[in-house]
Design a protein around this ligand. Sequence first.
Ligand SMILES: [Zn+2]
Length: 293
Amino acid sequence: MAQTFTITDFFQRFPTDDSCLEHLMHIRYGERMACPKCGKESKFARIKKLPAYSCPHCGHHIHPMAGTPFERSRTPLQKWFYAMYLFTTTRNGVSAKELQRQLGVTYKCAWRIGHEIRKYTAHVDGDTPLGGGRVVEADEAFVGGHVPGGRGGKGKTVVFGMVEREGDVIARVVPGRGEFVLVPHILENVKRGSKIATDEHKSYSNLSEEGYRHGTVNHAQKEYVRGPVHTNTIEGFWSWMKRQIEGTHVWVSRKHMPKYLGEMEFRFNLRKSPELMFPKLLLAFQKPYDSKN
Ligand SMILES: [Zn+2]
């Protein structure tokens, strides 16, 4: 049975900014570390009034927040941690308004925190190639939510998704639905030789020549399942994603869509063990991360 990390657990584990900093220090450098300057191994000591630790031998400073999304932020570290906790424990995502309320920060600040965490979830999730065994489904969709006054596809973003049944999803913002737009994503993210299921859209018509075992269903002819050939999994992902966008964020622009896709991938790929989301986010600061862009 999965253990849930409750809100009480959160505040017991991270009661202060210092406890969060301590956590970062341990995750990134361990209990004891070899000093990058003098080479001696020791337990670094916390410096008072600075979010940093120093070498007891030579005084060299280590900043555990360097290279993380928190580095240049004036928002206290515990609020960042709490925001990540909220991101990993709500079913339908967290809006900037909600973060503003929960953290007691300005809307602008809440919005930025949300976006940094989204980028970070995408970074944590990574993109291991799909396929090799189970069927991979590929499909495109128009997402973005409801544009005020918009109709049909207006203001929506074209996204392309590939999902391995019982496995991970990889989704990308794409400039269109043509073969030369979509197929390179398949070549990059799905192992050659894999079984791929798509609809009858002509952009997929040469997948067999590319070395895939390709099956199609003809949605135009109201054919949705032919034996193992169907696209129900990826369509389930799209509707789950649309519900989150419409229910929580109302509308997401094309410019910001990649970050939301990253968050949705992270959430979807850990759907069977949601209790791991928060620990995974917290453990991942070892990986080099570029908080720019
Ligand atoms: Zn030293």
